[in-house]
Design a protein around this ligand. Structure first.
Ligand code: ZN
Length: 127
């Protein structure tokens, strides 16, 4: 590993504040989900550790569980017409997914850096 870690940066704090996991100060995203190539504060190469589609899987599972559960509850208790389901759950799916995706990507990015994980490895740096 080329960069030295600063153990004082909490991966959870860096994740929920969308900050660089190395210094905890620079912005992680340069767009909605685009990871900035290099931290503006510490200069770490951030784009190399992009978690890719991993956060989307968790968003699908979490939003699916919540919305399907709420839709089933609503159907069983109130039995509303189908258009009520469409009005309730389509915005919930869109808003929940688009709102949760940057947060989970940032958290996964910080955890990935903290545990020194990479694709195809166990994260164990010992030979
Ligand atoms: Zn930084």
């Amino acid at each position: 590993m080329a960069e030295s870690k600063q153990p004082s940066v909490s991966p959870f704090r860096a994740g929920i504040t969308f900050r660089c996991p190395v210094c905890g100060k620079g912005k992680l995203f340069s767009g909605y989900l685009k990871v900035t190539p290099q931290c503006a504060v510490c200069g770490s190469a951030l784009a190399l550790q992009d978690p890719g589609d991993g956060p989307a899987v968790f968003v699908i599972l979490i939003i699916g569980f919540v919305v399907v559960g709420a839709a089933m509850f609503t159907e069983i208790i109130y039995s509303p017409p189908y258009w009520v389901h469409a009005v309730l759950w389509l915005p919930a799916i869109l808003g929940g997914s688009l709102g949760l995706l940057p947060l989970l990507k940032s958290l996964m990015f910080a955890a990935r850096y903290h545990f020194d994980a990479a694709e195809g490895t166990s994260g164990d740096t010992q030979p």
